[in-house]
Write a protein that binds this ligand. Structure first.
Ligand SMILES: CC(=O)N[C@H](C=O)[C@@H](O)[C@H](O)[C@H](O)COP(=O)(O)O
Ligand SMILES: C=C(OP(=O)(O)O)C(=O)O
Length: 334
């Protein structure tokens, strides 16, 4: 029942392993392999774990009529959706070239689709595709909880090694539709599966928050220029943002720390300077039985008895006279 597994060779995800950060190039390469290479390099330079593309065999993914429908968007690369998608689709040879390039520079490269290890939101409900699955990432945009329960159950029967990503498929995504709370629901419902987040919002803070909630994989679209033509650029991170995201995630991971609450060694100097202790509220003569109304809690010099132990002083007597505001020290008690 792994809550962790090896997603890519030598890279475990889940458990206490660092969040796996996917820089989704998607189709932001504009159909240009040189731009795709620049983006893979950018993902590497910014510290992402993996660069990602989208691979479709268009005739399998779309019906003829869907490919023929007009695509009159400002983001269109052709008159029909088919022309548009063909412009953005790399050939198998180009994929090989990109894979070699990514290996040379030392970053994992993957692609979502029918034939790779990320199952995009669109395909999630088509559970008949699951039987061959290698370790994989399942994104859950455009789906209901009922569908995700079914997907979880079906995939689990064949494959223990998958992660579910909360995702809302809108570009750019309005924060009110992000629903990070679904991450917590997935963690409750699917406790034996690492949960992650695939975000289409602008900026980095929501994705960082997802990591604080325990996301073990995050995916964000990246771009070299947010103003370029294409549906996803506006919802993508430019290089400085991706680098900031990676840095922020790594910092948050360190900061999640330990659930054990205690005063840490690093707090000692602050405690020495500002920690409060018991002082005399009034002058107290030696031999007088102590009562709570004789005490105040202040930053005293020297530091005296801890306020937590004040109650135990009641009824005891001092061996010495103290003046108002003097610290009450353990060695003064009879
Ligand atoms: C659901 C899904 O596949 N979403 C992908 C991943 O997030 C997107 O990158 C789409 O491919 C993109 O938004 C489509 O844009 P157009 O329709 O202009 O090619
Ligand atoms: C559509 C994709 O991702 P998501 O469903 O996570 O947005 C994809 O990876 O191709």
């Amino acid at each position: 029942m792994p809550l962790q597994f090896e997603l890519c060779p030598g890279r475990m995800i889940g458990g206490d392993h660092p969040c796996f950060i996917i820089a989704e190039i998607g189709q932001n390469h504009q159909g240009d392999i040189e731009i795709a290479k620049k983006m893979i390099k950018m993902a590497k330079d910014c510290g992402a774990d993996c660069a990602k593309l989208q691979k479709s065999e268009l005739e399998y993914k779309f019906s003829k009529r869907a490919l023929e429908r007009p695509y009159n968007s400002k983001h269109s690369w052709g008159k029909t959706y088919g022309e548009h998608k063909r412009h953005l689709e790399f050939s198998h040879d180009q994929y090989r070239e990109l894979k070699i390039y990514a290996t040379e520079i030392g970053i994992f490269l993957t692609a979502s689709g029918m034939d790779e290890c990320k199952f995009r939101s669109q395909n999630v409900s088509n559970v008949s595709l699951e039987s061959w699955m290698a370790p994989m990432v399942v994104s859950t945009g455009m789906q209901s909880m009922e569908t995700i329960r079914r997907v979880y159950k079906t995939v689990k029967e064949h494959n223990q090694n998958f992660t579910l990503l909360q995702c809302t498929s809108a570009y750019p995504l309005d924060p009110k539709d992000v629903n990070l709370s679904v991450i917590a629901e997935y963690q409750k419902e699917f406790p034996d599966v690492p949960i992650g987040y695939s975000g289409h919002e602008q900026g980095i803070c929501i994705t960082v928050a997802a990591v604080a909630m325990g996301a073990k994989v995050v995916e964000r679209h990246v771009t070299l220029d947010k103003t370029w033509k294409g549906n996803d650029h506006e919802a993508s991170l430019q290089p400085t943002e991706l680098a900031d995201l990676v840095r922020a995630i790594r910092q948050v991971e360190v900061a999640m720390g330990s659930p054990v609450k205690l005063m840490l060694p690093c707090e000692k100097s602050c405690h020495d300077k500002l920690g409060k202790s018991v002082v005399a509220k009034v002058a107290i003569r030696k031999g007088v039985a102590l009562s709570l109304d004789m005490f105040a809690v202040k930053v005293g010099e020297p530091k005296g008895i801890s306020p937590e132990n004040m109650q135990q002083l009641v009824g005891k007597k001092l061996k010495v006279d103290v003046e108002e505001d003097d610290s009450i020290l353990a060695n003064m008690i009879e």
